[in-house]
Design a protein. Structure first.
Length: 261
């Protein structure tokens, strides 16, 4: 494989599947010399894409910033958020995740007929949006701030969610595969998502279909641990059958393709 960019994509795919591979294994799979593999890994390490480990390398998951993600699939996220708020009844307590889809849901809560409600979150951007309505009681978990995502993580945040109970949890995901379930690109946030899931009577995952068959760094829920996915559509086979077998409802936000006002 002579082309460097092709090798880069191949190395990414191989390391994401295997987590760790030796220089020799990469050399054999790419059909290039170990020296070429070492040069490629050195370049990718300098770019922050791989972590060099003795004798080989691990893929270092890249996480887009909140500002970067705000520009992606905005119409779909808005429609998903509109559908999600219809699951909430006045007086309920919900846990709301971090991320741009969660922020869209916060915006929809401001104009919905679900109020008054209580919202518990670890996302500062979500909390700031909800401050506009005094009928929404907002609790923000404490902990260590991640500036790139405006989220709070760490042991204090995890302990907070482990000690509470909510009616519904609305989570977001970076990826979904049949074998790995729902995944996220950051260990610390995945830990909080898991605690939120366990605190809820009903669990929803809000995700556009671009996340399907994508795998991020760490799992925070299996398919059987989620009650409903709210997404845009359609989902291609075999996913409808997979979800039915796992007992997961799939709700499609049919207005996702409409233009922004």
């Amino acid at each position: 494989m002579a082309d460097r960019e092709q090798r880069t994509q191949a190395i990414r795919a191989l390391l994401q599947d295997a987590v760790f591979l030796s220089v020799q294994e990469l050399s054999e799979r790419l059909q290039v010399s170990p020296m070429t593999v070492r040069r490629d890994l050195e370049r990718l390490s300098d770019l922050g894409w791989v972590q060099r480990v003795h004798g080989g390398a691990m893929w270092r998951e890249q996480e887009a910033s909140l500002g970067q993600r705000e520009t992606l699939h905005t119409a779909e996220k808005r429609a998903i958020a509109e559908e999600a708020v219809t699951r909430i009844a006045p007086g309920e307590t919900i846990a709301l995740d971090s991320g741009t889809t969660a922020a869209k849901m916060a915006e929809q809560l401001l104009v919905s007929d679900t109020r008054p409600i209580t919202v518990i979150t670890y996302a500062l951007n979500v909390a700031l949006i909800l401050l506009a309505d005094p009928t929404i009681h907002v609790h923000v978990a404490g902990g260590d701030l991640r500036p790139g995502t405006a989220s709070v993580v760490g042991p204090r945040c995890r302990d907070f969610f482990e000690a509470i109970h909510v009616d519904r949890a609305f989570l977001t995901a970076a990826g979904l595969t049949q074998t790995d379930g729902f995944t996220n690109s950051n260990f610390a946030e995945a830990e909080i998502k898991s605690a939120m899931r366990e605190a809820a009577d009903d669990v929803y995952v809000l995700m556009d279909r671009s996340k399907v068959d994508q795998r991020a760094l760490v799992r925070f829920a299996t398919l059987k641990e989620v009650g409903e996915i709210i997404s845009d559509g359609p989902w291609e086979p075999p996913w409808p059958a997979i979800l039915k077998t796992a007992g997961v409802r799939l709700a499609l936000a049919t207005t996702a393709v409409r233009p922004a006002p």
